[in-house]
Design a protein around this ligand. Structure first.
Ligand code: BTN
Length: 270
C-alpha cells in the first residue's frame, strides 16, 4: 500500500529545497514538531540570525488564537517566522496592520500558486468559498522579538478532521483538485510577505488598499465579541490602523481586538 504521505506535487521540505528563500537568514526544518510558534519562541533569546524560519512537515499541537487548538493533519503548511520588529520599522502601533499584512501575503501566495482568489476575514483568517483556508497567530515573546505563525490547509483532506473543523474549513487540494507544492507556496508567501512588510514601513496606503479590497466583512452584518463586550452592526471596513469599523446605533466603533462572526439576526443600518 502506498504511504499516504507520498505526494506527487509536494516533495515536502528539506533544507536544500528551501535554500535561497527571500527574507530568510536562518532555517530550521522539522519532520515533526508540537508547534512551530512554540519552537520559534524557544529560540527567541538565542537566535543570532533573523528572520529565522521554523517549518514543520507535521505539527502535533498547533495553537490558534484565543487559546484554541489549530487542527493540523498531514499535508498542511505550518511555519513560523521569528523577527526583530525594529529591523522592519514595526512599532507597537502597527501590530494590527501586521496581522492583516500577513493574511494578505497568504492571499497573494495562494493567487500566485493556484490562481485562486481568497478573501480576508478580519483579523487573521483567510477564507476560500466561505470556509477557512488559513490562519495566522502573532505572538511577542519579548519586546524585541515577534513570532509570526502561519497555518495553511494545503494537501490535508478535511474530511478526516473533527466534524466542526471539517464543516468550516477547506484545503487547496480540495479547491484545486490536485496537490499543491508546499515549498512553492511557502516561497511565494515569503516573496509577498517581504513586499508587504516594506509597504507597512513606507507605503501603508498601498497595503491598506489591498486589505480593504480583500476584506470580506465590509457591508455585512457582524457581531464582534471581545471578552464580555459585544459590538453588533454593519461592518464599514478597515480603519487606517487596522481596526474593524462597525456601525452601531451609537455610531461607528473602531474595534481593535476580538472575534467576529457574520450575523443575520439584527436589523441592517441604512
Ligand atoms: C487561528 O486561526 O486561530 C490561527 C492559527 C495559526 C496556526 C499556525 S500553524 C503554525 C503556527 N504554529 C502554531 O502553533 N500556530 C501557528
Amino acid at each position: 500500500m502506498s504511504d499516504p504521505r507520498d505526494r506527487s506535487a509536494d516533495a515536502g521540505f528539506d533544507a536544500s529545497a528551501l535554500r535561497g528563500l527571500p527574507l530568510i537568514e536562518a532555517i530550521e526544518v522539522h519532520a515533526e514538531l508540537g508547534s512551530t510558534n512554540d519552537r520559534a519562541k524557544e529560540l527567541a533569546p538565542s537566535a543570532a540570525k533573523l528572520p529565522l524560519l521554523v517549518v514543520a512537515d507535521r505539527q502535533t499541537a498547533g495553537r490558534g488564537r484565543g487559546g484554541h487548538r489549530w487542527h493540523t493533519s498531514d499535508g498542511a503548511l505550518t511555519f513560523s517566522l521569528l523577527i526583530d520588529p525594529t529591523n522592519h520599522e514595526l512599532s507597537l502601533g502597527k501590530q494590527g496592520l501586521l496581522s492583516l499584512a500577513t493574511g494578505i501575503a497568504v492571499i497573494d501566495a495562494v493567487q500566485r500558486t493556484t490562481g485562486l482568489a481568497a478573501g480576508l476575514k478580519w483579523p487573521n483568517d483567510v477564507l476560500l468559498e466561505n470556509k477557512k483556508l488559513a490562519g495566522t497567530l502573532i505572538e511577542a515573546p519579548r519586546p524585541d522579538r515577534l513570532v509570526i505563525g502561519v497555518g495553511v490547509n494545503v494537501n490535508n483532506r478535511l474530511d478526516e478532521a473533527p466534524a466542526d473543523v471539517a464543516a468550516r474549513a477547506i484545503s487547496l487540494v480540495e479547491a484545486v483538485g490536485q496537490e499543491v507544492s508546499r515549498p512553492r507556496l511557502l516561497e511565494a508567501f515569503l516573496h509577498a510577505f517581504s513586499m508587504r512588510l516594506n509597504q507597512l514601513a513606507s507605503a501603508e496606503a498601498d497595503l491598506l488598499q489591498s486589505v480593504r479590497g480583500a476584506c470580506i466583512l465590509t457591508g455585512q452584518l457582524v457581531t464582534l465579541t471581545d471578552g464580555d463586550r459585544t459590538t453588533a452592526g454593519t461592518c464599514r471596513g478597515i480603519a487606517d490602523d487596522g481596526a474593524l469599523r462597525i456601525e452601531t446605533s451609537e455610531g461607528v466603533q473602531a474595534c481593535r481586538a476580538g472575534s467576529v462572526i457574520r450575523s443575520e439576526n439584527h436589523p441592517r443600518l441604512p
